[in-house]
Design a protein around this ligand. Structure first.
Ligand SMILES: Cc1cc2nc3c(=O)[nH]c(=O)nc-3n(C[C@H](O)[C@H](O)[C@H](O)COP(=O)(O)OP(=O)(O)OC[C@H]3O[C@@H](n4cnc5c(N)ncnc54)[C@H](O)[C@@H]3O)c2cc1C
Length: 491
């Protein structure tokens, strides 16, 4: 008797054996959710999405992906703004959203051990009753995940004083491209100073070194007091000058955020904060620490704001008023979405002393293109977020908005800045990386990446400029010797 061979298991069945049927998504309709991240202009459907629940499951998925020769794209909450979690054609997307447990909190060592799908703000919510918090505070902190924060080295308003994600991650457990599990850095909060700072390499590597499945993060005591100052100015020139004066005087506020006129109008319309509309710019600033320090620093800051030409300086009278002011700032991107059908968020860095001239150049780019540009950004860090407004229904406007956003990055580079401050390079800015770094720099970065992921299985077509990604604008990139010799590749 001839027995028919059992049909080979489908890809979905094989992943389902690892993560369970409901966590292996391959229905075209269900996959649509995963077609893009916060960079909405680009969409690619993944071959399959898997949602593992443990490090072992992640490792088994990576091993199977390797056997099937599938590219892997890790995904947290999908709030990234540079297309870092944009699927690669034919990829398996490994979503970490089911790994959302805070595994341990250790107040004595001031650490928390968390899974990668934990929402940023949930750490602070868990710590608040004991008077502690997790410091990095991206405006998306109520939805974005720690895994995504680590991959992007996320920043936030209060990173001016307390540092970016990289300053708050002490150790990671991660799955490498061959499915092996490694631990890097501190295990329990003990000092880890020997050897290379590999955790530092992983933080900000945009999901290209492996999949983080656990992180040991630093937790901090909440400050005794926080004083918020709110100052309005005739134009962004005086506001920019105030930022330079304050930082130049040696004052380190916890945060200094700037909004220009258009951003103020959008925020007021959306959130009904009682901010004046007849001003050109405002600064929102937090000064924190122990009582006496806050008193003295706030007085100095007020003097600098006045000297720079502030029209009005306000101090919220209680926590509720303070929270309202910050709610306005944190809702800024959504608010701008109400005054324009579409917008492109740019993220570039400049030396903070140049805020005023750079904002003037950005305004000139807006005027020349006929597109409105709102600015709402981390002024203390010189980390600009121009939002280029457009209407995708008008032929050519989306393309023009992208062009203007790109020109803004070139302005940042001309002033000695960078093409990203906190949103990453991802898919969106790969073309511009070759304008910031030369071929040797890029080749060296590829070698570091290859040490973790020699096959370039993770996020293969992100960050590094390629002719395919950059269309007719391959940037200044030419292959490095290590690529020509086959030692490193560009996926
Ligand atoms: C309204 C709004 C405001 C924002 N404000 C800020 C801000 O103030 N500061 C700021 O820095 N960013 C901000 N962002 C951008 C975004 O929220 C951050 O980049 C955030 O860190 C992304 O987290 P995520 O969980 O959404 O990651 P995703 O978007 O899902 O992924 C981001 C990158 O991380 C990789 N990745 C995800 N999880 C893992 C993992 N476990 N291991 C390895 N790689 C992984 C992905 O492959 C991708 O490359 C904002 C976004 C929005 C929409």
């Amino acid at each position: 008797m001839i027995v028919a061979a059992a049909p080979a298991a489908t890809m979905q069945q094989r992943f389902a054996r690892i993560v369970g049927e409901r966590n292996a998504i391959a229905e075209p309709n269900d996959l649509r959710t995963y077609e893009c991240d916060g960079l909405l202009g680009f969409r690619v459907r993944p071959a399959i999405v898997v949602l593992p629940e443990s490090t072992d499951e992640v490792a088994a998925c990576v091993r199977l992906a390797r056997e099937l020769d599938l590219p892997i794209v890790p995904r947290g909450a999908g709030t990234g703004l540079s297309g870092g979690a944009l699927p690669t054609d034919g990829c398996v997307m490994i979503g970490l959203s089911r790994m959302k447990q805070i595994l341990a909190i250790d107040y004595a060592n001031r650490t928390a051990r968390v899974q990668p799908g934990v929402i940023n703000l949930d750490i602070t919510r868990a710590l608040a009753p004991q008077g502690y918090y997790y410091a990095p505070d991206p405006s998306s902190q109520s939805v974005c995940t720690i895994g995504g924060n680590i991959a992007e080295n996320a920043g936030g308003a209060h990173c001016l004083k307390y540092g970016f994600t990289t300053n708050h991650v002490l150790g990671v457990t991660m799955v490498l491209g061959d499915g092996s599990v490694v631990h890097l850095g501190s295990r329990g909060g003990e000092l880890d100073t020997l050897g290379y700072d590999l955790v530092g390499v992983v933080v900000g590597s945009e999901g290209m070194t492996g999949i983080v499945t656990e992180a040991l993060v630093r937790i901090m005591r909440a400050p005794e007091r926080t004083q918020t100052l709110f100052a309005t100015f005739p134009t962004t020139d005086e506001a920019g000058d105030a930022v330079g004066r304050i930082i130049g005087a040696g004052i380190v506020p916890a945060a200094i955020e700037m909004c220009d006129k258009l951003a103020i109008e959008a925020i007021v319309a959306a959130t009904h904060v009682d901010w004046p509309l007849d001003v050109g710019a405002l600064l929102l600033m937090d000064v924190d620490g122990v009582d006496a320090e806050v008193e003295a620093t706030a007085a100095q800051a007020r003097a600098h704001l006045a000297a720079a030409g502030a029209i009005e300086i306000r101090e919220p009278k209680d926590d509720a008023e303070r929270a309202l002011a910050w709610k306005g700032r944190k809702a800024a991107f959504a608010a701008v979405g109400r005054i324009s059908p579409n917008y492109h968020v740019q993220d570039g860095v400049i030396p903070r002393k140049d805020i005023a001239p750079v904002l003037r150049e950005i305004a000139a780019l807006g005027a020349a293109s006929g597109l409105r540009i709102a600015n709402v950004f981390h002024a203390g860090d010189g980390n600009l977020h121009p939002l280029v407004l457009y209407d995708a229904r008008i032929p050519g406007q989306e393309h023009e908005a992208e062009r203007v956003a790109g020109e803004i990055l070139r302005v940042c580079l001309r002033y000695g800045g960078s093409v990203t401050g906190e949103h990453g390079v991802g898919h969106d800015k790969a073309c511009y990386l070759g304008e910031q770094f030369n071929a040797d720099d890029l080749g060296t970065m590829q070698q570091v990446r290859s040490a973790f992921d020699p096959e370039h299985r993770f996020n293969p077509d992100k960050v590094f400029p390629t002719p395919r990604l950059c269309g007719d604008k391959p940037g200044a990139y030419t292959p490095h010797a290590s690529e020509l010799s086959g030692e490193a590749g560009r996926g």
